[in-house]
Write a protein that binds this ligand. Structure first.
Ligand SMILES: [Zn+2]
Length: 418
């Protein structure tokens, strides 16, 4: 492990370390926190201008822990070399281990941005335990803005490929999910006996380094949706997943060996917790950064890493079942309810109007009490296609503030809860 003085990769390139006034701790050691308060002055070079700053902590404050970055080089089947990096932030006091991973799928960029920003934030915070953050697990796929890195295929195929909502599931290599297992898909390669390609080498490394020892693992992805949601594999993990603060928790199956290679499934075995945050926008950015960062703070509070409140801006629902309403006509869709908005049986949820006569052709009505679910990706309704779902739900938590450790029973992780 390469130990990097804290904030050197945050603020710029470390060019010189100046012994700081008042440093009383021992020499910094391999991945271990200082055992006494310290004050350090670093000379940091940024934009060719030296920048000096000093971090001084009073003896009455908690001890600042250490920040370390680990990088590993990998080589693809055709020789392309690349590096994957993660940061481990030790809060300086014993506590849970939290693993945060983003960027497994290359067209899902919001999680990686959120996680890079959390490195900055947590490097400045006192907390119990350790947080390990890998924002970009699959750098070459992110570079391509493609779901996976097709290391054995002809990359030139992608020059003529453009994503379209009209063929969301299309794969230019003929590896659509409906056609069976695709072992280039990094998020099917966790904790396997067999290593599948360079993506499998990366998951094996990250599994050994940060996931297998984690009490809680959160995997960050994106959808094509209106709002974020959570995919959850292990029902006993729902109380903790709810503390993240995203309104809808969808159960996710792992019915075969391929699906069981999912990080959200593997990370939640053996008494650990894991779930997947799905931000709403693939192939781009949507301003869900504050929501993502508050969710991470909430989880840290829920498992006793910090003493902040768990803050939920919205109620949280577990999806029990989903009832889709199909289009009966071709036309424009006017949605009458927002995603996750409560709805009663008999309430109108959408209208379809004609492109030719301008007449109202269909009024979609909910058949159950629930919340409004996901919409079709397409702007024009076509007969027989699902327009909008209504979810039968169980409310897990109301909006509001909850004291740290509030969900202790449901969030319990290996005895660390306050
Ligand atoms: Zn994904």
């Amino acid at each position: 492990m390469v130990l990097v003085p804290w904030r050197s990769y945050v603020a710029g390139t470390l060019v010189h370390v100046v012994p700081g006034g008042g440093r009383t701790g021992p020499s910094r050691e391999h991945g271990r926190p200082f055992d006494r308060p310290v004050a350090l002055s670093y000379a940091i070079e940024r934009n060719d201008r030296p920048l000096f700053f000093r971090k001084i902590r009073a003896a009455t404050e908690f001890v600042m822990g250490s920040v370390s970055k680990e990088s590993r080089a990998f080589t693809c089947a055709k020789g392309r070399e690349f590096t994957v990096s993660y940061v481990r932030i030790d809060g300086g006091r014993p506590g849970p281990a939290l693993a945060l991973i983003g960027g497994q799928h290359g067209m899902e960029h919001i999680g990686p941005v959120v996680l890079k920003e959390m490195v900055h934030e947590l490097a400045e915070r006192d907390f119990r335990g350790t947080v390990s953050i890998c924002p970009c697990a699959n750098p070459l796929a992110l570079e391509l803005d493609f779901e996976y890195y097709p290391e054995n295929e002809d990359l030139a195929v992608l020059d003529g490929y453009f994503y379209s909502r009209f063929r969301h599931d299309y794969c230019p290599y003929g590896m659509e999910r409906s056609k069976g297992p695709n072992y280039y898909n990094m998020n099917r390669l966790w904790n396997r006996d067999v290593t599948h390609g360079v993506a499998g080498q990366v998951t094996q490394w990250l599994w050994d380094e940060i996931v297998s020892g984690a009490d809680v693992t959160i995997d960050f992805h994106c959808l094509q949706a209106e709002k974020p949601l959570i995919f959850n594999w292990h029902k006993d993990g729902i109380p903790l997943a709810a503390c993240f603060g995203i309104q809808a928790i969808y159960p996710h199956g792992a019915g075969d060996d391929f699906l069981q290679g999912n990080l959200g499934y593997q990370g939640g075995l053996g008494g650990s917790r894991a779930f997947c945050v799905e931000f709403s926008r693939q192939h781009g950015y949507k301003d869900e950064y504050a929501l993502g960062k508050q969710g991470i703070r909430n989880i840290m509070a829920a498992i006793g890493m910090v003493e902040d409140d768990v803050v939920l801006e919205r109620p949280v629902y577990e999806i029990v079942s989903s009832i889709a309403t199909k289009a009966e006509a071709t036309g424009h869709i006017h949605y009458l309810k927002d995603e996750y908005e409560p709805v009663l049986a008999g309430e109108k949820i959408f209208e379809i109007s004609s492109l030719e006569s301008l007449d109202l052709l269909q009024v979609g009505v909910s058949t159950i009490d629930g919340i409004v679910g996901r919409r079709t990706r397409l702007p024009i309704a076509k007969p027989g296609e699902n327009v909008l779902a209504v979810q039968d739900v169980r409310k897990v938590m109301d909006a509001g503030s909850y004291p740290a450790g509030c969900q202790a029973e449901g969030c319990r992780v290996t005895g660390w809860n306050v």
